[in-house]
Write a protein that binds this ligand. Structure first.
Ligand code: FAE
Length: 547
C-alpha cells in the first residue's frame, strides 16, 4: 500500500490510488507512556469570528470530514466559504508547549465541558480511573443519551483530532448493503481512491511490524487469531509510519509511542489539519469561526437561509448571538450534531419542508469492546503504539471484525484488547423533546446484545483454543463487555431518504447534508474513509449541477 504524505489535492490533480480493503478502529485508555516534545502551530485555515449580519455564499456547519471535503471543493470551484465550528481551533500550544494532552494525564484540554473525565475504559484491575478536570471546551465529547454514550471530536478537524486513524475502505461486496442507491463502480473507481489519497492513507511496513517492540501486542493478537483459524488483516491508517519508526529509534518526539490518541496527537497522525484543512488554507477562500455553534437555520426573506449562531467562550458560555445569511448551507456537524439540529428545525417549524425521514436510521456501527487475559508466556509488551494496525476478520461468517487494539498502560498487562465492529441490526431515532429543549435518541442498552453475540463468534473460540478467559476489570467490576458506548455514530439524515441521492435535503433547495448522518448506521468497517469518499462524490455533483 502506498506511503504516507505527498497527496496532490488540486481539483484536477487527484492521484488515483488502488482502493484499500481491510478493516478496523481504535481504543481509548489511560496510558503511562513517555513524554512528547514541543508541538508546532498547525496550519489550519484562517480563523476569524463571523460578523453579526454577514452574508456568505456558502456556510458549512462543522469542520470534520464531510465539512472539510465540502469546503475544499467549493473553494477550489471559486466559492467563498465560511466554516462554523463549535469546538476550539487547536492550533496553539498550551503552557506545557503542547497543543494536545496525553492520555496519561488528562487535563482541561481533554473533555468537552465535563468536570470529570469519562474514559472509554473506565476501570483498571477493577478500580475506577476517571478523575476531576477543569470544565473547558476540550477536545473529546462523551455525549450521553439514554442507553449509549457517543464519543465525538470537538474542534477544527472534528473527529480526526481524536480518532485512531484507522482508514478503511469497506470490502466491495459489503458496499451495496451500506448504500444501495450509490453506484459502487464510481465509488471504487473514483471516490474511494480520491479520499484515500487526500487523507494520506498508508499501511504499516510488514517487516517492521514483525520486529517492532511497540507492536508485540498486535503480533500476539495475530498469533491467537490464526491459531483459531481466523484471518488477521493489516489495517491502513493515516499515521505517518516513517515518523513512528523514528519515534521507536528515539530520534523524534514521541506521539503514538507516548500513548497520545484520544485527546489528540501532537505528532505523526495526519489529522484533517494536516490534509484537507491544509489544502483549504492554500485556497485562501475559506474562513473558520471556532467556538461558534449553529443553533438554527431557516429560510431568509430575500432568499437563502438565516443562520443563528452562538459564540462561546472556553467555559461554554454564550458571549454573543449572531445572525448571518447564507445562500447555501452544508450540514456537516457529524451524525449526532446534524441529526440534533435537523429534528429541532423540523419540529419547531423553522424548516417545515423537511420530510419524515429526519432523525431516523441511526446506528452505532455495531461497536463493542472486550479484553482477554493471556497466559504469562504471552506478554503483550509494556510499550504499545496507540495506533492499531490490524484486526481479525470474521465478518462474513460471524458478523464481526475485531481490531486488535492497544492497551498502552506502560506496564505489562498480559491483556489483549479489542474493539469489534459488528453487523448490529438495531437502528435508533432522534426526536425533538420540546419540554426539555433538546433532542433525544431512543437507543436501548439491550440493543448491544447482537454485537456481543457476534464478537463472541471470535473470542469464545480464541479463548477455548488458548485456554484463556475474558478480562472482567476494564469496564467496571466483573464486567466483560464495553457495550455502553460508540465511537462511530452514523445516520439520522440518511442518503436517498431524508435527502436525495446526493445529500440535498428534501423541501429546502440549497440545504445539504454532507457528513456521517448520510450513512445508515453501519459501514462494516471504521467509517471516516467512507464519509470522506461519499462527500467527495456528492460535492462533485452539487458543484456541477447546483452552482
Ligand atoms: P465529525 O468529524 O464529527 O465533525 C463534526 C464537527 O461538527 C465537529 O467538529 C463538531 O464539533 C462540529 N459541530 C457539531 N455540532 C455543531 C454545531 N451545532 N455548530 C457548529 N459545529 C458543530 O463528523 N473512524 C475511523 O474511520 N477510524 C478510526 O480509527 C476511528 N477512531 C475513532 C476514535 C474515537 C475516540 C472517536 C470519537 C471516533 C473515531 N472514529 C474513527 C470515527 C470518526 O472520527 C467519525 O466517524 C468522523 O469523524 C465523522 O465525520 P463527520 O464529518 O461525520
Amino acid at each position: 500500500m502506498g506511503d504516507s504524505t505527498k497527496q496532490g489535492l488540486g481539483s484536477s490533480g487527484l492521484s488515483r490510488r488502488g482502493f484499500i480493503a481491510g478493516t478496523s478502529s481504535i481504543l481509548g485508555v489511560a496510558a503511562l507512556g513517555g513524554r512528547a516534545g514541543a508541538a508546532v502551530r498547525t496550519a489550519v485555515p484562517a480563523t476569524a469570528p463571523i460578523g453579526d449580519g454577514a452574508r456568505v455564499p456558502a456556510l458549512v456547519i462543522g469542520t470534520g470530514y464531510g465539512g472539510s471535503v465540502a469546503a475544499l471543493r467549493l473553494a477550489q470551484a471559486g466559492v467563498n466559504v465560511h466554516m462554523v465550528e463549535m469546538g476550539m481551533a487547536w492550533d496553539t500550544p498550551g503552557p506545557d508547549g503542547k497543543i494536545f494532552a496525553n492520555t496519561t494525564n488528562p487535563d482541561a484540554r481533554s473533555y468537552w465541558l465535563r468536570t470529570k473525565t469519562k474514559q472509554p475504559l473506565s476501570n483498571f484491575l477493577g478500580f475506577p480511573i476517571d478523575r476531576s478536570i477543569p470544565r473547558h471546551t476540550g477536545i473529546l465529547d462523551a455525549e450521553e443519551f439514554s442507553g449509549i454514550t457517543v464519543y465525538q471530536g470537538r474542534g477544527v478537524g472534528g473527529g480526526s483530532l481524536v480518532n485512531g486513524g484507522m482508514a478503511v475502505t469497506p470490502k466491495r461486496e459489503n458496499f451495496a448493503a451500506i448504500l444501495p442507491s450509490v453506484n459502487a463502480d464510481e465509488m471504487y473507481g473514483t471516490y474511494y481512491p480520491r479520499a484515500n489519497a487526500a487523507l494520506g492513507v498508508a499501511t504499516i511496513d510488514p517487516a517492521w511490524f514483525d520486529t517492532a517492540d511497540c507492536y508485540q501486542y498486535a503480533r500476539v493478537g495475530r498469533k491467537h487469531a490464526q491459531r483459531s483459524g481466523f484471518p488477521f488483516v493489516f489495517v491502513p491508517t493515516v499515521y505517518d509510519w516513517d515518523y513512528m519508526k523514528r519515534e521507536a529509534a528515539g530520534t523524534v518526539p514521541k506521539s503514538a509511542l507516548a500513548g497520545e490518541i484520544l485527546y489528540g496527537n501532537n505528532h505523526g497522525k495526519k489529522s484533517l489539519q494536516k490534509t484537507y484543512l491544509a489544502q483549504i488554507r492554500a485556497t485562501g477562500k475559506v474562513t473558520i469561526s471556532p467556538l461558534h455553534r449553529v443553533t438554527s437555520v431557516s429560510p431568509a426573506a430575500g432568499g437563502g437561509y438565516t443562520v443563528a449562531i452562538d459564540q462561546l467562550d472556553t467555559s461554554g458560555a454564550t458571549t454573543a448571538t449572531k445572525t448571518v445569511t447564507a445562500d447555501r448551507v452544508f450540514f456537516a456537524a457529524g451524525s449526532v450534531g446534524t441529526s440534533k439540529l435537523l429534528v429541532k428545525l423540523k419540529a419547531t417549524g423553522a424548516l417545515p419542508g423537511l420530510n419524515g425521514e429526519i432523525g431516523k436510521g441511526w446506528g452505532d456501527n455495531g461497536n463493542v469492546m472486550c479484553g482477554r487475559a493471556n497466559h504469562l508466556w504471552d506478554p503483550t509488551g509494556s510499550l504499545q503504539a496507540s495506533i492499531p494496525t490490524g484486526g481479525i476478520d470474521n465478518w462474513a461468517a460471524g458478523g464481526a471484525f475485531a481490531e486488535v487494539a492497544p492497551l498502552p498502560t506502560g506496564i505489562e498487562t498480559y491483556a489483549s484488547f479489542y474493539l469489534s465492529i459488528t453487523k448490529n441490526p438495531h437502528r435508533a431515532e432522534f426526536s425533538w423533546n420540546a419540554a426539555a429543549g433538546r433532542a433525544d435518541l431512543n437507543w436501548q442498552a439491550s440493543w448491544k446484545q447482537p454485537s456481543i453475540d457476534m464478537a463472541k463468534t471470535i473470542f469464545d473460540k480464541i479463548n477455548k483454543k488458548e485456554g484463556t478467559i475474558y478480562r472482567t476489570d476494564l469496564f467496571g467490576t466483573y464486567k466483560i463487555w464495553g457495550d455502553h458506548l460508540t465511537y462511530h455514530p452514523l445516520g439520522g439524515a440518511v442518503l436517498n431518504k431524508a435527502t436525495d441521492n446526493y445529500g440535498r435535503l428534501h423541501g429546502h433547495p440549497g440545504l445539504y447534508v454532507i457528513d456521517g448522518a448520510l450513512i445508515p448506521g453501519n459501514t462494516s468497517v471504521n467509517p471516516f474513509v467512507s464519509i470522506t469518499a461519499l462527500a467527495e462524490r456528492n460535492i462533485e455533483k452539487i458543484i456541477a449541477t447546483d452552482l
